[in-house]
Design a protein around this ligand. Structure first.
Ligand code: G3P
Length: 220
């Protein structure tokens, strides 16, 4: 499974990238606003730290505007930047055109398996179902991942990766892994929670205490 970071904080990308297992980064207008920094500059810096795909989102609502923004972003930013568009009719049109030009497109704000399949048919490189936001409505976001994975298997979709987004906690990631989702993008906090285990820490403490005894006995 590909592990992506969902952030526009460059320092967080640098920290997690230093672990050696960061496969990509997703940004969106809200994360850019939170960072308080210039959109293009932030994406440029992230793209220099992480080799994997870096999603930069367009804000136009019509296909022509999305295509224009997408092409401009591809022109101005490093090659590993891909273009994020919303799952609308105009977004599908833009996906078809941009992907036809060999540009990677991440179709975002997916809330149904039908939307996911339509985006795949338009040529999306990634489709982003929003798990946490479905959970927030009192439904089970993970059911959507299961439906999409079943659909992918039924129709042998192989050119579009399922990128689980709006991840709230490590259990979301575990469930996505068990369902075979190709990718998940998560906040830094969840990335760290995934790695941390109290028994690992306790085990290290015990090994170090015993090793100190070995050293004391002059047997190291
Ligand atoms: O990047 C899109 C998605 O991950 C947003 O998550 O937490 O705003 O629902 P959230």
């Amino acid at each position: 499974m590909e592990f992506f970071l969902d952030t526009a904080e460059v320092s967080e990308v640098a920290e997690i990238a230093s672990w050696g297992i960061l496969d990509g980064v997703t940004t969106n207008p809200s994360l850019i606003k939170k960072s308080g920094r210039d959109f293009r500059q932030v994406v440029r810096e992230i793209a220099e730290i992480c080799d994997g795909p870096i999603s930069a989102e367009v804000t136009a609502l019509d296909a022509d505007g999305m295509i224009e923004q997408g092409l401009a972003l591809k022109d101005e930013l490093p090659d590993n930047v891909i273009i994020k568009v919303p799952c609308t009719d105009e977004g599908l049109k833009a996906t078809k055109v941009l992907s036809g030009k060999g540009i990677g497109v991440n179709v975002t704000l997916i809330f149904s398996a039908a939307q996911a399949l339509m985006a795949a048919k338009a040529g999306a490189m990634y489709i982003s179902p929003f798990i946490g936001r479905i959970d927030d409505t009192g439904h089970d976001g993970m059911e959507l991942i299961a439906e999409i994975m079943t659909t992918w298997e039924s129709y042998r979709v192989s050119d579009t990766k399922v990128l689980a987004a709006s991840i709230r906690h490590p259990t979301h990631i575990l469930q996505c892994m068990m369902l075979g989702a190709h990718t998940a993008t998560m906040p830094t906090k969840v990335f760290k929670q995934l790695l941390k285990h109290p028994l690992t820490d306790r085990g290290i403490d015990a090994f170090l205490a015993d090793w100190a005894d070995v050293e004391k006995a002059g047997k190291a």
